[in-house]
Design a protein around this ligand. Structure first.
Ligand SMILES: CC(C)(COP(=O)(O)OP(=O)(O)OC[C@H]1O[C@@H](n2cnc3c(N)ncnc32)[C@H](O)[C@@H]1OP(=O)(O)O)[C@@H](O)C(=O)NCCC(=O)NCCS
Length: 166
């Protein structure tokens, strides 16, 4: 666990998600994607037990999360960031997303170093209108490598951002 700051009465920390965080993922999924609790439970399982999720927490609550996954086996050096969320609107635009992504990149790099394999590329798909997410990744060394037309619907473009290590 990394303690980030002591701000007034609460303390921000970064840590890896564990089984005790299941309810957070279920609630966040339901709030974002509707009322399918079976899928929400599976989402929690995937974020906690299958892949790796970095959480930003204060004393009382989880502020946000970002999850990354190995693609094509660890030797390929390919990682996708497949979900990121600052759960409450009131917490957005305060730099928490940026903080999470910095720690996520650090976690990925440390993991590959520990495993003894080269990291080649981290990538993420971001909808064109999501300026906050695009800013975060651009500021952390990601660039647009491809465009996905009509991705979430007709006329709705998504961008593939990648951070390359080769
Ligand atoms: C996208 C999200 C994770 C961003 O987190 P955040 O904590 O709100 O973002 P930050 O405060 O760290 O801001 C990141 C950057 O975007 C800018 N920004 C923030 N909100 C913005 C907005 N609404 N429009 C344009 N730029 C914005 C900030 O100025 C900052 O840029 P800077 O460092 O160059 O000043 C968050 O808004 C969220 O959870 N959204 C809903 C889920 C989602 O879209 N997930 C991402 C999927 S890829």
């Amino acid at each position: 666990m990394i303690i980030l700051s002591l701000g007034g009465t609460f303390m921000l920390k970064v840590r890896i998600a564990n089984d005790g965080d299941k309810e957070y993922f279920i609630k966040d999924y339901l709030a974002r994607y509707g009322n399918d609790t079976e899928l929400a439970e599976k989402h929690a399982l995937v974020c906690i037990n299958v892949h790796r999720t970095i959480l930003l927490v204060n004393d009382e609550e989880i502020i946000g999360s970002v999850t990354w996954a190995i693609r094509e086996g660890v030797k390929a050096g390919l990682v996708v960031i497949f979900q990121m969320s600052i759960a409450k609107e009131v917490n957005r635009g305060k730099g928490y997303g940026s903080t999470l992504v910095k720690h996520c990149i650090n976690d990925i790099e440390t993991f590959y170093g520990f495993k003894g394999h080269d990291l080649r590329r981290i990538f993420i798909v971001i909808h064109e209108e999501n300026l906050a997410a695009r800013n975060i990744y651009k500021n952390n060394g990601f660039r647009v490598v491809s465009e996905l037309k009509d991705h979430l619907g007709k006329g709705m473009k998504a961008l593939v951002y990648a951070k390359d290590y080769f």
